[in-house]
Design a protein around this ligand. Structure first.
Ligand SMILES: Nc1ncnc2c1ncn2[C@@H]1O[C@H](COP(=O)(O)OP(=O)(O)OP(=O)(O)O)[C@@H](O)[C@H]1O
Ligand SMILES: CC(C)(CO)[C@@H](O)C(=O)NCCC(=O)O
Length: 314
């Protein structure tokens, strides 16, 4: 999308301008909140939390309140109470950009609002077709591409959560077995807020004539975030994580990639570069980045995952 269109659609903030907007959000996090944030990612800097994620949590609090106000107006108009419906936040972006880390930071911060909302987190990875089905369909080298997800299952799931159903199951994906878990689900029980994180949450499937009659994830989403970075950085972060996995996920004998555990640095560099160049990079350019300007908010990251620019829809 051209720069002039981005100018027309978004308010632009430099990092200092954005961090100013923290305003009344308390500066300090309790010791246990700090520990829970640190525990999720030891590389996460606390400046990042205060400068970027606290203002974002303030914005989301205001947006959430506006949605509740709107609900009250509808109830007044109808002269009856409406069924409860969770506020849904989606987080999109490339493989390895930090969607799940962003989602977990926001979950921690949103839970500490004075209203103490119940905030649940779901990743769309669980809605990838099971490995056997991907193999059958010849999609093993297309994991993460739109056709590798059961989009009907995903939109049915989000519709049930939005409808306020008491218990809704979501499938869980295992990065160890590289497959959907067959014996466990995640059960979502009427949260106040649901954060839905995945590559595909801004995709519409409009290029397929069959899909046009189907709802999109975005039909159920109240606020959408796209986490953005240059591809050279993304590839580096992907490769860094791949190298770390040799002593983590790959070392598990149950791991689909157990044979990668013994790779030398050079071998791991070249295999991960190849996976990026043949799968995750093309998916970014063809299917993920083109959805960026559908988001209400864009976080632009630079080196070390530092957010240096924020764009907010006018
Ligand atoms: N804010 C951050 N500060 C420092 N490191 C981060 C931050 N966010 C993510 N990372 C690191 O970047 C890598 C990718 O992060 P994460 O797993 O959250 O990405 P993702 O977008 O959810 O990836 P995927 O789509 O592959 O599941 C991890 O190694 C993580 O530790
Ligand atoms: C599970 C997805 C699709 C998304 O998180 C991704 O992590 C993935 O597995 N991509 C396929 C190529 C790879 O192994 O990185």
């Amino acid at each position: 999308m051209s720069n002039s269109i981005q100018q027309a659609l978004y308010h632009h903030f430099s990092r200092p301008q954005w961090s100013e907007l923290r305003k009344s959000v308390p500066l300090t996090l309790s010791q246990s909140e700090l520990e829970s944030l640190r525990g999720m990612n030891e590389k996460l800097s606390l400046d990042e939390v205060t400068d970027i994620y606290l203002p974002l949590s303030r914005l989301l609090n205001l947006m959430f309140a506006a949605k509740q106000q709107r609900g009250l107006i509808v109830e007044k108009f109808l002269e009856q109470k409406a069924a409860r419906s969770p506020y849904i936040i989606s987080i999109a972006g490339s493989v390895a950009v930090g969607k799940s880390t962003t989602a977990r930071i926001l979950q921690t911060l949103l839970q500490r609002w004075p209203e103490h909302p119940k905030v649940d987190l779901v990743t769309t990875d669980g809605f990838l077709y099971p490995l056997a089905e991907l193999k059958r369909k010849g999609l093993l080298q297309r994991k993460g591409f739109p056709e590798s997800y059961d989009m009907k299952m995903l939109t049915d799931f989000i519709a049930s959560v939005k409808a306020g159903e008491p218990k809704v199951n979501a499938p869980i994906y295992s990065h160890v077995t590289y497959d959907r878990c067959h014996d466990i689900n995640q059960t979502i029980e009427q949260p106040d807020i649901l954060i839905l994180e995945g590559l595909n949450v801004l995709q519409t499937g409009l290029d397929s004539p069959v899909d046009i009659r189907r709802p999109f994830v975005s039909d159920f989403v109240d606020f959408s975030i796209y986490v953005d970075a240059e591809e050279t950085l993304l590839k580096q972060w992907y490769q860094d994580r791949f190298l770390q996995f040799r002593t983590g996920a790959f070392s598990d004998p149950k791991s689909f990639f157990h044979h990668y555990a013994g790779l030398s640095d050079d071998e791991a560099e070249s295999i991960s570069a190849n996976i990026w160049d043949t799968i995750n990079g093309p998916n970014l350019n063809l299917n993920i980045q083109p959805t960026r300007e559908r988001a209400k908010l864009i976080l632009q990251k630079g080196h070390n995952h530092q957010v240096n620019k924020v764009l907010l829809r006018k």
